[in-house]
Design a protein around this ligand. Structure first.
Ligand code: FAD
Length: 385
């Protein structure tokens, strides 16, 4: 287990590298990406050159093979500049990891060399219009015909939809009338963007996360070779959930990074802004608000680092801890950004300052990778089992 109270030299070096990259390549541009809904393909590629597209992929396959705590440090740093771009990179990592962890050699050799450096990009397709929280009720079908599956259905809210190249997609191979209707009937296929019958909806108009494209992905009689199946038939839901342990840590880390940025901005603003003849930092109300923000941020960070160490170690309670950490980091993150906005007063509400962008970006972390209500279900179920 990692020492929770001090980062190692290697961890500090990784954190420093990610912070420098963020300061140089992300922070100066993030507001413009948000405003123009620009997907920064070039910067994502640069992140890939640093290994950030394959953070926990084996070195054998070209990844940098770090633990989940190191991954959290990277996403926290990236999110300090732009939560939306950071989270996009997290989803790519989750999709690639599923291939690396559960795919056979030919599948890994075919896709990972293109994914690790982010020359090609990966999406994770679980959610459907009729199944969000109840993900195991998904209806996209994959019917086996000789050496290929025929896939039909629609995936909803797909990060990278229409932009990304490879779609790690959960499909129903089981027959619902014969016991294959729930989680056990789900398999995982890698589907390519250019395959006949694959189409995309328009980029969704969202409250935030504007640098990260989100779109519906539809499959109309798409022929997918059997070799594109990840692992065995019926194991897809297991892989999807395993991917989410790491995804939830990363999203939680993105909340921490965004909240840290807003805390830092609020401290600087409070020292500078004068009202009633003195800096607003002199009012006890401001000091107490900053104190609560910092306390809640550190509490969430400590739990997230602990959960990350548990996921790396494969601890039996890792899923519960990942859920607890995501729930706390995204709830606290949202609250901290809101408190920062209050300290900024009317200026916090203007696009001239970064707070409102973080306020919009961090809000969605309470919804995706499982809503925070679903996190509570996972935690409660594990406590009572
Ligand atoms: C910007 C964005 C990007 C996304 N990217 C991806 C992606 O790349 N891949 C992907 O597969 N999905 C993605 N998602 C989908 C996301 O994971 C779902 O939105 C999320 O799981 C919730 O599903 P839903 O929106 O259908 O809400 P619903 O499941 O309909 O939930 C609605 C409300 O009911 C509550 N609720 C539901 N069931 C219960 C219950 N049993 N007990 C208590 N409360 C309950 C929920 O907590 C929520 O508050 C993305 C979503 C967004 C917004």
């Amino acid at each position: 287990m990692t020492d929770l109270f001090s980062l190692t030299e290697d961890q500090l070096a990784i954190q420093e590298m990610a912070r420098r990259f963020t300061a140089d390549a992300i922070t100066p541009k993030a507001a413009e990406w948000d405003e123009t809904k620009h997907f920064p393909r070039d910067v994502v590629r640069q992140a890939g050159e640093l290994g950030f597209g394959a953070i926990y992929i084996s070195e054998e396959m070209g990844g940098i093979n770090l633990g989940r705590l190191e991954s959290a440090l990277i996403f926290e740093a990236l999110s300090y500049g732009c939560p939306s771009t950071a989270a996009f990179i997290s989803v790519h990592n989750m999709a690639s990891w599923i291939i690396d962890k559960f795919g056979d050699d030919q599948l890994k050799q075919r896709y990972l060399p293109q994914l690790v450096g982010m020359e090609k990009l990966g999406s994770y397709c679980l959610t459907e219009p009729g199944s969000g929280s109840d993900a195991a009720a998904l209806k996209t079908t994959a019917r086996l015909e000789g050496d290929h599956y025929v896939v039909n259905g629609t995936k909803q809210f797909i990060t990278g939809g229409g932009v990304n190249d490879f779609y790690v997609t959960m499909v129903r191979t089981g027959d619902p009338s014969n016991g294959g209707g729930g989680a056990k009937g789900i398999s995982c296929l890698v589907i390519e963007k250019d395959q006949e019958g694959v189409s995309f909806g328009a980029n969704e108009k969202k409250l935030g996360w504007n640098s990260s494209p989100t779109a519906q992905v539809s499959f109309d009689n798409v022929k997918v070779p059997v070799e594109n199946r990840v692992g065995a038939e019926g194991d897809g839901f297991k892989f999807a959930m395993a991917g989410l342990d790491g995804g939830r840590l990363n999203i939680g880390a993105c909340s921490l990074g965004g909240a840290q940025r807003c805390l830092d901005e609020a401290i600087a603003y409070a020292k500078d802004r004068q009202q009633f003849g003195k800096p607003i930092a002199d009012f006890q109300n401001t000091q107490f608000t900053l104190a609560d923000m910092a306390t809640n941020l550190e509490a969430a960070r400590a739990l997230l680092y602990l959960a990350a160490a548990k996921v790396t170690a494969g601890a039996p309670d890792k899923t519960r801890f990942a859920a607890m950490a995501k729930r706390l980091a995204s709830d606290n993150g949202s609250q901290i950004v809101d408190q920062a906005l209050q300290i900024f007063g009317g200026y916090g509400y203007l696009r001239d300052y970064p707070i409102e962008r973080f306020w919009r970006d961090l809000r969605v972390h309470r919804i995706l990778e499982g809503t925070n209500e679903v996190m509570r279900m996972i935690i409660g179920r594990d406590l009572l089992k």
